[in-house]
Structure formats: structure tokens, C-alpha cells
Design a binder for this molecule. Structure first.
Ligand code: OOG
Ligand code: NI
Length: 460
């Protein structure tokens, strides 16, 4: 291979995802225990359910399952967010979706950087939920200015990382040695730094305003705060966690258990107390909770109609609970979810007929063997020539994300920021619009339909 041959962004992303996982294993040993629990559970589920194994194989999901992770970071300035967008672009990751966390009392808004095409997702579905701190929502003007000053003075990217991003933009790609250097240098941005950039007193003032503000402002960079593996049975993991020495949060976020999983179900374990050296300390005399563990199970991506139904049923379930889901009412909450979601069809044919989920269409064995013939998609399905499987949900859920934030920031961390979505401001900081995820799912579905129909066209 000539020295100038570019490495595919998909390959750089896969390499970065592995490097990130290795780093986090060193930083947070409990993450290693979680990976083992998830791997064992997935193996057991696949052994018990051959049909599920077959479906995952057909959708090219089986290979990616063991490596599938999402991470999360929080940045402090528009400049940091815009540069991150350029860094992620080197790995073929684009900002998808806008999430407003203010209704949950968390002063951030967010997007998810991820691959957008099904062929790229099959190589590596690595995603990073990325939040931007909204200092403008902080009431205390003096503290707001202190925080802005501290953030303006820090550089979260290494010099070589910035040079390689520019190189990628100018040349249109990175060669093998540049890609390797890029992975190594980019990783530095996400590393945990036990030395804080602020004094113990400054940390306390930031912390008293909101724990999240201290987490973003007091450190050298946006340490990765969790790395989430994907399980095939989250209920089994939730039950198995205590025996593995891990204490999960009270309820699994997202929809209730179903035969046909939809969207995303997530649970997490509490953040770890870590030793921190503040700038006026010689040893690590202080502490901070930053990193935690999370597990998720992914199901079908829903159409706008399906998503509206999900949102309505989640809302009514939560209203019926009278209070936020917690330790004391977890069983009642799960019961209410089950009751309300009985309205959501739990059968693939119905999900398709009612246009509630996105599907990937494929040729059945019979379809592969058949010659040209006329017919609509429905007719080809009826004749057993075309099959369909749900497209996996690649994104996040704002109510779930809020639950994850809250369980890790603690009860005292809730403030009232009202409903304060501001996508235009977020996009101005990002330097580009976020991509609408529905358009991506629709395009994937459409490509699969065209692929099937082309098979049955008579040769011209
Ligand atoms: C992000 C929390 C949201 C998810 O999976 O919904 C999240 C954070 O705590 O920074 O990761
Ligand atoms: Ni997460």
C-alpha cells in the first residue's frame, strides 16, 4: 500500500472505539466486570434463542454486537464543541439529533456523534452522546464569569491532534501512520485527569451551583464519563448486577420488556468516588464523582407515528405514577408501564402495517432463487420472496438521558431551568446543523426496498 493511501474513516472509528474501551478498562475496573457480565449474558441469550441469533446474523448485527459501545462527554464552550465535531468527522461521525435536558433540571443540550449509513454502522456503531454546558442558564453572574474564564483558558486537544484534524480536512483523509497517531492523540481529550484546574474553594462554589458545572469546569478536559455495552437482555443484567458486586439504579429507563424490543432500554450503576488533587493541594486530598457504568438494550427504530405513540404512553405512565420513578415505587412504575404499553402493537407485521417502525427489507432464500416478476413490495412479501426486519435504533431518548444524568448527579442536583430548548443556539455553537435521525432511517429503509425491487425487474 502506498504511504498516501487513506484509511477509511470507518476503520479509524473502529480502532478508536477499541482504544477507548481499553483506556476505560484501566481507568474504571468495574467497567471490565460489566463487560464480562454482558458478554456472558449475550452468549446465553444467543444459545437459548436461535431465531434471534439468525436475525442478528442476517442484519450484520451479530459481528458488531460484542464491540458496540456508546460513550458520553460534556464540554464547556462553543469552540470545544465545534472542534469536537471536526475531530469526530475524521472518524466518519456526524452530529445526529438535538436533545434538550433543561426540563430535567440539567443545564445542557446535546447531540449524538455517530456514523450515519447502514454500511458504516455495520463496521462500527460507536457513538458519543455529547453535551454542551449552558452557562447562560446559571443565575449567579460572578460564578458564571469565573467559569467562563476558566474554560476559555483551557485547551482540551493536543497539538498533534489539532494538526491531524487539519491535515484530514486539507488532504481529504489520513494514511495509516497518521490514523494511528490520530487515535492515540484524540484519546487524550477523553482521559481522566486526577489534577483539577481549580482550587478546592472554587470547586466547592461551582459544585454548590450545580454538580454538573463542577464536572465540566474544574478539570482539564471532557473525561469520558461512561462507556455502554449493548446487551440482548437488560432485565437479566439488572437482576445479575448485585451478584457481580454492582448496584444498579432503581428502574430501567425506556419502554417496558416486550417480545419485539423498541427504541432503547437503559440502566446504570452509581458513579464512583474518585480522589482529586485541587490546584491548591499537593496530594489527592479532594474527591469528585464523575464516572459511572451503563448498560443498554436496543430495539426497533420508530417512525414519527411510532415515536409519538411511545412518547404519549411514557407520559401517561409517568403521570399515573405521581412522582419520579425511584427505589420506593420501582415495582409500581414497571407495572404502570406494562399496563399503558399494552396499547403498543408487539408484533412485527402489525408494527409494519401500522407504519410504527422502520424496516430493512431483504430477499428470502426463495426470493434469491426467483426470476424477474412484477409486483408491489407487499405482493412480494405475500409471495414469500421478500422478508423484513426492524432497523435498530441508533440514537438516544431525552427522558432516559435525563434519568441517567439524575441518578448520577444525585437528588440534590435538580434545578429549575424550565423548558429551554434552543436548537439554533446549539447549532451555532456546533458550527453546523444537526442531522434529523428520521431522515437517516427512512433512507436506509428506502435503499433496502430498492435493492429488493431491482432483483425482480426484467433485464432491459
Ligand atoms: C449523558 C447521559 C445520557 C444516555 O445514554 O442517555 C446518556 C451524561 O451523563 O453525560 O449517556
Ligand atoms: Ni449513556
Amino acid at each position: 500500500m502506498p504511504a498516501t493511501a487513506f484509511i477509511r474513516p470507518d476503520a479509524i472509528r473502529a480502532q478508536f472505539s477499541r482504544a477507548m474501551s481499553e483506556m476505560y478498562k484501566q481507568e474504571v475496573p468495574l467497567y471490565g466486570a460489566l463487560l464480562a457480565l454482558v458478554a456472558n449474558t449475550n452468549e446465553a441469550v444467543l444459545a437459548e434463542q436461535p431465531a434471534l441469533r439468525q436475525a442478528l446474523e442476517r442484519g450484520a448485527e451479530l459481528e458488531r454486537l460484542g464491540a458496540e459501545r456508546h460513550g458520553a462527554i460534556r464540554v464547556g464552550t462553543a469552540q470545544e464543541l465545534a472542534t469536537l465535531a471536526r475531530l469526530f468527522a475524521v472518524m466518519g461521525m456526524a452530529p445526529v439529533g438535538y436533545y434538550d435536558l433543561t426540563p430535567a433540571g440539567v443545564p445542557v443540550h446535546s447531540t449524538a456523534f455517530r456514523a450515519v449509513h447502514e454500511a458504516s454502522l455495520a463496521v462500527s456503531p460507536f457513538r458519543v452522546f455529547t453535551s454542551l454546558l449552558r452557562l447562560e442558564l446559571i443565575g449567579n453572574a460572578e460564578l458564571r464569569e469565573t467559569a467562563a474564564g476558566i474554560l476559555a483558558a483551557r485547551q482540551i486537544f493536543t497539538e498533534p491532534a489539532l494538526a491531524l484534524i487539519a491535515q484530514h480536512e486539507q488532504a481529504g483523509g489520513l494514511n495509516e501512520s497518521e490514523a494511528e497517531a490520530f487515535v492515540r492523540e484524540a484519546l487524550e481529550t477523553f482521559r481522566w485527569h486526577p489534577r483539577a484546574t481549580v482550587s478546592a474553594a472554587q470547586y466547592q462554589a461551582l459544585h454548590d451551583q450545580h454538580r454538573l458545572i463542577a464536572d465540566v469546569v474544574a478539570f482539564k478536559g471532557p473525561h469520558i464519563n461512561h462507556l455502554t455495552p449493548r446487551t440482548l437482555d437488560i432485565d437479566r443484567i439488572q437482576q445479575g448486577m448485585p451478584a457481580a458486586g454492582i448496584t444498579p439504579k432503581a428502574v430501567i429507563e425506556g419502554p417496558p420488556p416486550r417480545r419485539q424490543p423498541i427504541l432503547l432500554r437503559q440502566t446504570s450503576f452509581k458513579a464512583l468516588q474518585e480522589k482529586v488533587a485541587f490546584s491548591d493541594q499537593t496530594g489527592a486530598e479532594g474527591s469528585h464523582t464523575a464516572r459511572f457504568g451503563e448498560i443498554e438494550q436496543r430495539g426497533a427504530a420508530l417512525t414519527p407515528a411510532g415515536r409519538a405513540l411511545y412518547d404519549r404512553l411514557l407520559d401517561t405512565s409517568r403521570e399515573a405514577l405521581a412522582g419520579v420513578p425511584s427505589e420506593g415505587n420501582a415495582a409500581e412504575y414497571m407495572r404502570l408501564l406494562g399496563e399503558h404499553f399494552s396499547e403498543f402493537p408487539d408484533d412485527l407485521a402489525q408494527l409494519r402495517q401500522q407504519n410504527l417502525a422502520w424496516f430493512r427489507y431483504f430477499l428470502t432464500e426463495q426470493g434469491e432463487a426467483a426470476g424477474p416478476r412484477a409486483g408491489t413490495l407487499d405482493e412480494l412479501i405475500g409471495a414469500g420472496l421478500v422478508g423484513y426486519a426492524p432497523i435498530v435504533y441508533e440514537d438516544f431518548l431525552p427522558v432516559s438521558a435525563a434519568g441517567i444524568f439524575q441518578s448520577n448527579l444525585g437528588e440534590g442536583a435538580q434545578s429549575d431551568y424550565g423548558q429551554n430548548a434552543n436548537q439554533a443556539q446549539f447549532e451555532a455553537a456546533l458550527g453546523r446543523p444537526v442531522i434529523d435521525e428520521m431522515g437517516l432511517y427512512e433512507a436506509t429503509q428506502q435503499r433496502s426496498i430498492e435493492h429488493c425491487l431491482a432483483r425482480f425487474k426484467a433485464p432491459a
